[in-house]
Design a protein around this ligand. Structure first.
Ligand code: G4P
Length: 557
């Protein structure tokens, strides 16, 4: 993996670092880092991500009444709704991260896009979090998008908590779901709760650690926090009879099969704790929060520097080291009144204080955060400082690109974030050749934000770069933004490639000579081999075992 890799899942103990460039002591930083739980919810669209996000916030008592963020119709208004809530309650919610305190911990829920066409954005978010909650629709089981993201988590060694959602509705057999996870993702599911009653006739869950029964109470439309009734095994047996006995029996079978939670195996990405929930009625949501707080790792130190034989960076920057962060998302036009450009950074070490001067590792230039006010704004004083695990939004940080590092004092450059293999390719040309300057500027901007990848070759020339995307909707976004923001309407001519692999300068000419195949260079200098299908790629791989033809993301073949 080339993404900024967490060094380990163990909380950093921290050393006394005199050079920590803020007023906070190393112990303070270590303590704050240990309180952080930074995670993303990932799922196939419609599995209930927005509903769960809102329910989590509700349970953390951020939002008193569900409904503020939920629902397709209100989706577009979500951010502004949240902004309003944010003002009212003085909490920090942005389109990038929702932060709330839960008991003694600080939870950072980093947003991921809903549509699979933007899964590359999701992938970048996964490089900035310490754990993921994978949401699965009980009726649909593992869906393509879920599988892809699950594999990414596994490749990164990111601990994953699985939530089987919509258990209030008819769905698959829970044991069959466990089998799917084990077989298709090769993660051992270790259920923390087990459903009592089949999907659709959901009575509650058996909490496997305590043996207690948490009964499910339906609420009208899930509008308020659902009361969860807790009772011992005897009371559960008396109340539910055979259904309870069946759940206990299945739970024992799971234990006999080694499906019990093991913290070390979870943190190293071998097992996944599973919870059953009905996000819409807020059932099981407190267990999810509790699991996050108790089991998910705190802010982990990140690695950088030269790589070992497995491609893992060798050096570790402890969370108590001076401030450092890396950019995992750049978004323009978040505020339609000012055409701003916000760079979102994950704090990896030290303390961020608004106004501090940081160094941009890629250019070596100073960067004044005084002018680049944090997105969280002045009245939201809690985020005038940020600690390891937190997400900061830097406004109008024009020079910052995805994957870039900022730091103070001790230099560090985190490795670039790996990119997904694009599956759609189109030649872009300016409709009005007189506006080529705007065209070039726009393409450069979209490239730096990761809206699309931009490929070039001598053969095609500068006038007609190839835009590469994981999902076709990225092209729509690119086209619309080229026109509205840069006044440079573009024509797209689709190419017949569906596959891309990384190669090197020495291997490139051989692949470029294969019929139906093309080699183009990405902006970061990586030469990519483009082929129409998997079959053609496999043939090249077989014919030239000595040449470089690697998947863009480890294991993504
Ligand atoms: P997404 O962000 O992952 O795309 O999913 P979202 O939360 O929008 O949920 C998708 C649909 O699934 C919504 O219904 C939502 O109400 C429903 N849903 C979410 N969680 C549960 C659950 O636990 N049980 C049941 N039965 N349904 C759930 P919709 O009809 O598309 O939207 P809406 O009209 O209800 O807002």
């Amino acid at each position: 993996m080339t993404s900024a890799a967490p060094a380990s899942n163990a909380p950093s103990t921290g050393t006394d670092s005199a050079s920590t460039a803020t007023s906070a002591s190393a112990q303070d930083v270590a303590r704050e880092a240990a309180r952080r739980r930074t995670f993303a919810v990932i799922s196939h669209p419609d599995a209930g991500k927005s509903t769960l996000t809102e329910a989590l916030a509700l349970h953390a008592q951020v939002i008193n009444q569900a409904g503020a963020t939920h629902g397709k119709a209100g989706r577009k208004a979500t951010v502004s709704d949240w902004m309003e809530i944010e003002k009212e309650r003085g909490i920090s919610i942005t389109s990038a991260a929702l932060q709330f305190a839960y008991e003694d911990q600080v939870v950072n829920l980093v947003d991921t896009p809903g549509h699979s066409d933007f899964s590359e954005d999701t992938y970048r978010v996964l490089s900035a979090v310490d754990a993921a909650v994978m949401l699965v629709d009980a009726a649909k089981g593992l869906e393509p998008q879920t599988l892809k993201l699950f594999r990414v988590c596994k490749a990164r060694g990111l601990p994953v908590i699985t939530v089987i959602n919509k258990w209030d509705r008819p769905g698959l057999d829970p044991l069959a779901l466990m089998e799917q996870i084990q077989e298709q993702i090769k993660l051992v599911p270790t259920p923390l709760t087990w459903p009592v009653g089949i999907a659709g006739d959901f009575r509650g869950v058996l909490e496997r650690r305590t043996g207690e029964y948490v009964a499910y109470t339906r609420t009208a439309g899930g509008a308020t926090r659902a009361p969860e009734e807790r009772m011992g095994a005897d009371a559960a047996q008396a109340r539910e009879g055979d259904v309870w006995a069946a759940a206990v029996e299945e739970s024992e079978l799971l234990s006999a099969d080694g499906a019990d939670h093991d913290q070390e195996l979870f943190l190293s990405g071998f097992t996944t704790p599973v919870l059953f929930a009905s996000a819409i009625s807020n059932f099981g949501v407190s267990s999810i929060l509790r699991t996050l707080v108790e089991l998910a790792p705190s802010a982990v130190p990140f690695r950088h520097g030269e790589e070992d034989a497995e491609g893992r960076p060798l050096e570790v920057r402890e969370v108590t080291a001076p401030f450092s962060a890396f950019i995992f998302k750049v978004q323009a036009g978040m505020n339609t009144q000012h055409r701003d450009r916000v760079a979102f950074a994950r704090v990896c070490s030290g303390v961020f204080e608004r106004g501090m001067i940081v160094t941009h590792a890629q250019t070596g230039r100073p960067f004044a955060t005084k002018y680049a006010q944090t997105l969280f704004g002045s009245e939201r004083g809690v985020l005038d400082t940020a600690h390891p695990g937190d997400i900061i939004g830097l406004v109008n940080a024009m020079t910052l690109r995805i994957g870039d590092t900022i730091y103070v004092d001790e230099p560090v450059t985190y490795p670039p974030i790996a990119t997904f293999a694009p599956e759609h390719f189109a030649v872009a040309t300016a409709r009005d050749s007189g506006r080529f300057k705007q065209f070039r500027k726009g393409i450069e901007q979209l490239d730096s934000e990761g809206v699309v990848q931009v490929l070039r070759s001598d053969l095609r020339g500068q006038q007609s770069p190839v835009l590469a995307a994981v999902g076709p909707m990225q092209f729509e976004v690119a086209q619309a933004r080229m026109e509205s923001e840069f006044g440079a309407s573009i024509r797209l001519e689709m190419l017949g490639y569906t596959q891309a692999r990384r190669t090197d300068a020495a291997s490139a000419p051989t692949f470029a000579a294969v019929r139906g195949v093309e080699v183009m260079e990405r902006t970061d200098g990586t030469p990519l081999v483009l082929a129409p299908d998997k079959w053609r790629m496999s043939v090249m791989e077989r014919d030239h075992p000595d040449l470089v033809l690697e998947p863009l993301i480890a294991g993504d073949r």
